[in-house]
Write a protein that binds this ligand. Structure first.
Ligand code: NJP
Length: 229
């Protein structure tokens, strides 16, 4: 009760589901993504369930200066940040490593790694103000398993995972814990991009993954661990 949770990638998919589950635990949500409409839909769902949210439409890549101000503005407005769930991520397309185009490479690194770095940079001080801060970054088994045609995504997610593990190692005796959460295949836009022919009714739905993230946050995860949701 009284907790504040920031969720990136909250306009759809796993981020939306995590936001809903955290609202169900009584947290006030700060929701970010580019799509205002998507954020409003998430907000409607949260309100219908009796929760509250603040919407922050933001392109984490193209509005990096705004992202840099996020942590200090949360500190000023709420005095603390208890939970960060970083679900924003992209898988633009599957491509042989030798055929990756510069634009796709830069976009993948910008969203999947650089935004994570910038988010850690801006949120670390305000997360440390919470009595038991929790940072959950969505990872993927492709970060650990190099697979044909997944280089664009896999390399970026591997670098993201290493950055989070390094950050966790630096948290030492602070009450803040940073973990990686691997949801496995989930029926979202991102998954559809990789496997367009897949019957998404046969894999996990975001609504099953959201509560698993909330449970992780409420528990005592091992700092720096990769947790399979
Ligand atoms: O993806 P999707 P998921 N600035 O496409 C946002 C990992 N994962 O929920 O900006 C700000 O539904 C975008 O919002 P918008 C995966 O690697 C997944 O499946 O409005 N936000 C949207 O809200 C990722 O880290 C699976 O377009 C930006 C969100 O990101 C996380 O789970 C398996 C943005 C993406 O929603 C969530 O993925 C696995 C930007 N520039 C790991 N660009 C899986 N689905 O199977 C994008 O192991 N966003």
């Amino acid at each position: 009760e009284g907790q504040v949770a920031l969720v990136t990638g909250a306009s759809r998919g796993i981020g939306r589901a995590a936001a809903l589950a955290l609202a169900g635990m009584g947290a006030h949500l700060v929701l970010t993504a580019r799509s205002q409409g998507g954020l409003e839909e998430t907000d409607d769902l949260i309100r219908a369930a009796g929760g509250s949210a603040t919407l922050l439409p933001l392109d984490m890549v193209r509005e990096g200066d705004q992202l840099d101000k996020l942590g200090p503005s949360l500190a000023e407005r709420f005095g603390r940040l208890d939970v960060l769930v970083h679900a924003a991520g992209i898988l633009t397309k599957l491509t042989p490593a030798a055929h990756i185009m510069p634009r796709d490479w830069e976009e993948s690194l910008a969203v999947n790694i650089s935004s994570t770095w910038r988010l850690i940079r801006t949120c670390d001080p305000v997360l440390r103000l919470a009595p038991a801060g929790r940072a959950v970054v969505l990872t993927d088994s492709y970060a650990e398993n190099p697979t044909a045609y997944f280089g664009l995504y896999s390399a970026a997610k591997a670098a993201q995972a290493h950055l989070v593990r390094c950050w966790a190692a630096e948290l030492g005796q602070t009450s803040l814990r940073a973990v990686l959460a691997d949801p496995g295949p989930v029926a979202t836009h991102l998954r559809r991009t990789a496997f367009p022919g897949e019957d998404q009714a046969k894999i996990r739905q975001p609504a099953e993954v959201g509560p698993a993230i909330a449970k992780l946050v409420a528990g005592s995860p091992e700092n720096g661990a990769t947790v399979r949701l």
